[in-house]
Ligand binder design. Sequence first.
Ligand SMILES: Nc1nc2c(c(=O)[nH]1)N[C@H]1C(S)=C(S)[C@@H](COP(=O)(O)OP(=O)(O)OC[C@H]3O[C@@H](n4cnc5c(=O)[nH]c(N)nc54)[C@H](O)[C@@H]3O)O[C@H]1N2
Ligand SMILES: Nc1nc2c(c(=O)[nH]1)N[C@H]1C(S)=C(S)[C@@H](COP(=O)(O)OP(=O)(O)OC[C@H]3O[C@@H](n4cnc5c(=O)[nH]c(N)nc54)[C@H](O)[C@@H]3O)O[C@H]1N2
Ligand code: SF4
Ligand SMILES: [Mo]
Length: 678
Amino acid sequence: MNVEHVLTTCPYCGTGCNFFLQVVDDRLIGVVPCKTDEISRGQLCIKGYNAHAFVQHPDRLKTPLVREHGELKQTSWEAALDLLAGEIKRIKEKYGPDSIAFLASAKCTNEENYLFQKLARAAVQTNNVDHCARLCHASTVTGLLYSFGSGAMTNTIPEFENADCIFVTGSNTLEAHPIIGARMLKALDRGAKIIVIDPRDTPLSRLAHIKLSQRPGSDIAWINGMIKVIIDEGLVDQDFVKTRTTDFDKLKDVVKDATPEKVESITGIKPAELAEVARVYAKADRAMIAYAMGVTQHSNGTNIVEALANLAMVTGHIGSESNGLNPLRGQCNVQGSCDSGGLPNLFPGYQRVDDEKARAKFEQAWDVKLPAKPGLTLTCAIKEAAVGKLKAMVIFGENIMMSDPDLGHVEDAIKELELLAVIDIFPTETSKFAHIVLPAACYAEKDGTFTNTDRAVRLIRKAVNPPGDAWPDWKIACELGKRLGAKGFDFSSPAEVMAEMATVTPIYGGIDHDRLDREVLRWPCPSKDHKGTRILHTQKFTKGLGTFAPVDHAPPAETPSDEYPFILTTGRNLFQYHTGTMTRRSSKLEREAPEPYVEMNKGDAKRLGISEGDRVSVSSRRGTINLKARVTERIIPGSIFIPFHYAEAAANRLTNAALDPESKIPEFKVCAADVQKG
Ligand SMILES: Nc1nc2c(c(=O)[nH]1)N[C@H]1C(S)=C(S)[C@@H](COP(=O)(O)OP(=O)(O)OC[C@H]3O[C@@H](n4cnc5c(=O)[nH]c(N)nc54)[C@H](O)[C@@H]3O)O[C@H]1N2
Ligand SMILES: Nc1nc2c(c(=O)[nH]1)N[C@H]1C(S)=C(S)[C@@H](COP(=O)(O)OP(=O)(O)OC[C@H]3O[C@@H](n4cnc5c(=O)[nH]c(N)nc54)[C@H](O)[C@@H]3O)O[C@H]1N2
Ligand code: SF4
Ligand SMILES: [Mo]
């Protein structure tokens, strides 16, 4: 028997660890870490070690399915694709191209996402293409575009190890990005100071030098409070502020009101403790901020991101080795789906669709006239479907009937659609409502690239054949494009797609599969002789001068009331991943975290007569779910936490679909809720 080892990239989080898939006779038998990989250095988290487990699960979709008389029936690719293309053409003719929306996928490759957005733009003439980044770091993209001119991690993962101060907020790093967390622990061993500000205790916060707990939804108040201390105590990096930034006066004007008393009343953080954090961060030689969903998923998420950018700029902790602001991107290829144009206002490489020059370039490259009007975001597409304006959705690799806020509303909306097509590797809560379901090959069954959170473009390699008649998404997109009568969908490999993408995407200009076989390349990598870029904004910001945004605290869209006295916040645990399609089919992961739960503070539980393990019902203005109570001191009084992985008690039945006006990200991290025993 021969065991093959195929080097590839993890299909879970955006850390982008490489590992070897072990293959025997077209069967996956395990995962072996890769010691020479500069990201993972031979380490993996438990999801990585189990990344083979779901691939050959019997539930995999194996044939195209089409709904007939209410039931999904097996059919051929010919028939399913003809039907899908025919329906798209019919709906386009009847209601116009903007009545159709595509969802790209952060679980698919760059090459596939490039084709998905090309399908929308070139084959259907709509910019209605978006993906789960909308639910995730949309506020980072808009916020940092304003502050710096580019919305990605400013540093690389290895640099965490050499920072003197690591400042983490709204990121449960050791559970959600474990191998980045491992770097932070290396820094801790070296003597670095770790600061965590989070409403809950996390595995990292237990090891931190300073842990402060704030009320969910109060971040701008304490960030401005910190900046005020930094100004008042003369800790501003004057030289940096003078030469590299603009609008500092506007910021000064806003933060002068962030007095210790006011900040404490909003956040619950003690003034002396906040001042200490400000001093440690400002005085460090090399300081890196890491943040994630606790910061971004708010109805003022863009402003919170800008507040963090203010903090980094005021102290000059940006633009050099181990100094920077680092949004930890979530999905294995969410950075790449954004890079390759899976966004309604941006072509590949963040070129604006409403910029005439950019559009002319793509029109020439694709030999087709392109729409100028930015398209609908994912969150707005659902609202439009609910009122009958959007008629069709074609969803590559997303499970919106679990991952979007206020699922009751999502369900009503997608039931209105004349066409719902879902392309996935498993049947999902969303595919239950689809008219057409197409079986896709997963990461282990195709070639391509993922771009991880630190902008490194990493190869995935085919290790085994797909199950049954499943096709790689790039092939599905090409065949659909041809059936829609579009030019430019004749590709015979992902490497060819990357070659085209590189010609129109300057930040990927020098990237090709051959180079990636030999070197680690981080964008911007504009030409074949360019080695890629590790640190952003070193001499100047992407936009020139960094801009201070004068942002101030605003309350969340929903605050506790008599009827709904708790603040509900939602998120993740170590073992499960998102809507669970993959992890819940991996027996070792499912064994460790098999059922839904709500974390609540001991004092609150006692008051309500609730003990560890009791069944409780949790309600919001939008719905009720039943699950087990976990009574803990891990979360502050008055707040409760529910992971959103479990369909049997879906947290998104409760969440609020209020959107950040700028980025349209929903407020997953705060809504008002009630808990009842039984
Ligand atoms: N195991 C696992 N890993 C994953 C994922 C997964 O599903 N499972 N998903 C991946 C994806 S796509 C993403 S985006 C990342 C997300 O990674 P994270 O953002 O780290 O994960 P979350 O659990 O959503 O939330 C992070 C923290 O925000 C805190 N928080 C809640 N409310 C607030 C607030 O108002 N302010 C602040 N500052 N913090 C608050 C929570 O207590 C929590 O500790 O994880 C990636 N990695
Ligand atoms: N309450 C609450 N809700 C949240 C969040 C939260 O913190 N709280 N976080 C939000 C965030 S940050 C995110 S990123 C979203 C994630 O939201 P989604 O992206 O909807 O969640 P996933 O479960 O990752 O869905 C990915 C889908 O792709 C499929 N898939 C996997 N590989 C492939 C492939 O190669 N091809 C195809 N075609 N399909 C594939 C999977 O089976 C799965 O159905 O959830 C958001 N929702
Ligand atoms: S840290 Fe993320 S990329 Fe690395 S093994 Fe774990 S899930 Fe995979
Ligand atoms: Mo995410």
